[in-house]
Design a protein around this ligand. Sequence first.
Ligand code: PEP
Length: 259
Amino acid sequence: MRVPLVVGNWKMHGGPRQARELAQSLRDGVKRPRGVEVVVCPPFTALPAVAETLAGSAIGLGAQNCHWEDSGAFTGEVSPPMLVELGCRLVLLGHSERRHVFHETDDEINRKVAAALRHGLQPLLCVGETGEERRQGLTFTVVEGQLRAGWAGLSIEDMGRCTLAYEPVWAIGTGVNATPAQAGEVHGYLRGLMSQIGSKDLAQTIRILYGGSVKPENAADVTQEPDVDGVLVGGASLQAQSFIAIAKKSAAKGGAPKE
Ligand code: PEP
């Protein structure tokens, strides 16, 4: 069974002091999660404070991006071994804000995925279409291209160490979430594709998260879809009570009693 995963993307919000407070509230609210895994991705500058606050807790630490080289003349970048040293176990890659605001290419994202894997970090590869692409009927074409490119050159074993997030760009930070049926359809398509690119077994083990305006009110419905294995949460992850409620609602699928 795929244990649901709930990941908080704090984006560029909060320095170490604010991050420590949020992490402390999460730590108090998610003591022994049953049927769900929880990870938070603070800004780089808050990683040490959050690592310290969450040490010994059940909440994992992740980062929002990384470079593909280990070190070198790359001003402003952060490498996978630096993240590992801080205690990160996961890294978001190909988030739509990286693709659309910072113009990251599929090739760069692919190099980052490979670099993260080399250092034992779990890449959480994000894929998703824009509103215009959906209107033009290009949703499957876009997410397929992003997955194939992001995973190019990986062995099946390495693919198995990845997690995927379907994040329609039109749903991120807009308050307009995909319906469970819309998410389920794309997740099903991605799972079928993973079975072609890798194998049937691989496709059954990889978690595919949904992201885009997830809130406590819609988390249970979307995570009940058979191919939705948890959620990637932006805005609502900045409020401890909202994020905790989302984690609890997602846990129902992983075997925890319903609220
Ligand atoms: C995100 O940043 O990955 C995201 C899904 O944001 P939000 O939940 O705010 O839509």
